[in-house]
Design a binder for this molecule. Structure first.
Ligand SMILES: NC(=O)c1ccc[n+]([C@@H]2O[C@H](COP(=O)([O-])OP(=O)(O)OC[C@H]3O[C@@H](n4cnc5c(N)ncnc54)[C@H](O)[C@@H]3O)[C@@H](O)[C@H]2O)c1
Ligand SMILES: CC(=O)N[C@H]1[C@@H](OP(=O)(O)OP(=O)(O)OC[C@H]2O[C@@H](n3ccc(=O)[nH]c3=O)[C@H](O)[C@@H]2O)O[C@H](CO)[C@@H](O)[C@@H]1O
Length: 335
């Protein structure tokens, strides 16, 4: 029996495929390379010493999905494929709603047609919105997000939950990721954004490597110890391992939601300092006004994942910066 990984060539997907292969699972990847490069597939093979099946296809292409389900004995799906840039989603809302929502509907329809009813879904801490107190707990109300990307996550969680309500044979695990960073310790795969990065870590890495002149710190007047935004950064390998444990949870029908974070918050300046230490490079920065839509503090209560999945993050911020720098150094021009 195989696991279908949508978006398996992406940042989190590629690290998860490495863990799946290491655990002896059979893997089928579908990705259209809208935000990934084909070279990542060679890198996964190199790290794991194992092979997998790959389909270059869009999950909106229903006949292509049908072919994948027909040609493989798929038992469950891990669904990463989505567009994820917040700013871009504000400029191109229709593209985001079509890709993320219609893509998920197309996938779920194909799964239903082929009687595959087990899915692990990539959600985000963004569903907690602006009004819940930290730490975020799975039982908190999810709310209207502040941007179209976030709205697609709220909607996709709703779609999957309604699917179970209508047909209790479905097993759905919603994983709410906090801020995934870092890279595989081999330095062969990591975060490889196109163009100028939006997120903090890849931006800092490009400043340290000299590709970008300085970091803009979005506000130092938040109600936090040093005034800069605080986030729960989590090593992508820890996150990837969470998916393996989530697969076990699919054995029972239902909808289960888990936060995947470390439960610790680090400020932008904490990250800058940790990255300087890891890289031995300077990371010049300038404080600029707050970024619209940002919240002051975001971190997880991950005790549910610990108790029910036996999952806990093992890597700390220094490990994350070390591995992120290792990847950047080894791949100065990306993959
Ligand atoms: N990285 C984060 O900070 C973060 C945080 C919370 C949630 N998530 C979610 O986790 C998932 C994976 O994120 P990531 O950081 O690995 O992003 P990524 O962009 O690196 O990976 C997504 C992959 O999906 C593919 N893809 C997108 N649309 C597709 C489509 N229609 N058909 C086929 N393939 C398609 C892309 O080519 C890419 O390889 C996404 O759903 C994202 O929203 C990410
Ligand atoms: C409002 C917003 O965009 N939220 C998205 C962002 O989270 P989030 O904003 O937490 O993640 P980022 O990496 O973009 O930012 C982390 C922290 O660094 C600061 N920062 C970031 C970049 C920079 O150049 N300078 C700087 O100071 C931010 O203000 C924030 O305090 O990315 C996540 C992962 O893709 C998404 O799930 C979130 O929906």
């Amino acid at each position: 029996m195989a696991i279908l990984v949508t978006g398996g060539a992406g940042f989190i997907g590629s690290h998860t495929v490495v863990e799946l292969l290491a655990a002896g699972k059979e893997v089928v990847i579908v990705d259209n390379f809208v935000n990934a490069k084909p070279e990542v597939l060679n890198r996964i093979r190199k790290i794991s010493g194992k092979d997998f099946k790959f389909y270059e296809a869009d999950i909106l292409d229903r006949p292509a999905l049908d072919r994948i389900f027909e040609e493989n004995d798929i038992d469950s799906v891990i669904h990463f494929a989505a567009l994820k840039a917040v700013g871009e989603s504000c400029r191109q809302p229709l593209r985001y709603y079509r890709n993320n929502i219609a893509g998920t509907l197309s996938l779920c329809e194909a799964m239903t047609a082929h009687n595959v009813k087990k899915i692990v879904f990539s959600s985000s801490a963004t569903v907690y919105g602006m009004n819940n107190p930290v730490p975020f707990v799975e039982t908190m109300p999810i709310s209207q997000a502040t941007n179209p990307y976030g709205s697609t996550k709220v909607m996709m969680e709703t779609v999957l939950t309604d699917l179970f309500k209508a047909d209790p044979a479905w097993s759905v695990v919603l994983l709410r990721y906090f801020n995934p960073i870092g890279a595989h310790p081999s330095g062969l795969i990591g975060e490889d954004p196109n163009g100028i990065p939006n997120n903090l870590l890849p931006y800092v890495a490009q400043v340290a490597s000299g590709k970008l002149p300085y970091l803009s710190v979005y506000g130092d007047d938040y109600d936090t110890p040093d005034g800069t935004g605080v986030r729960d950064y989590i090593h992508v390998v820890d996150l990837a391992k969470g998916h393996l444990l989530a697969l076990d949870k699919l054995a029972e029908a239902g909808v289960n939601i888990y936060n995947l974070g470390t439960g610790k918050g680090y400020s932008v300046l904490d990250v800058v300092n940790a990255f300087k230490k890891a890289s031995g490079r300077d990371v010049p920065y300038k404080v600029v006004p707050r970024r619209p839509g940002d919240i002051a503090v975001c971190y997880a209560d991950s005790s549910k994942a610990k108790h029910e999945l036996g999952w806990e993050a093992k890597f700390d911020l220094d490990d994350m910066c070390r591995d992120s720098w290792n990847f950047t150094k080894n791949n100065p021009n990306g993959l």
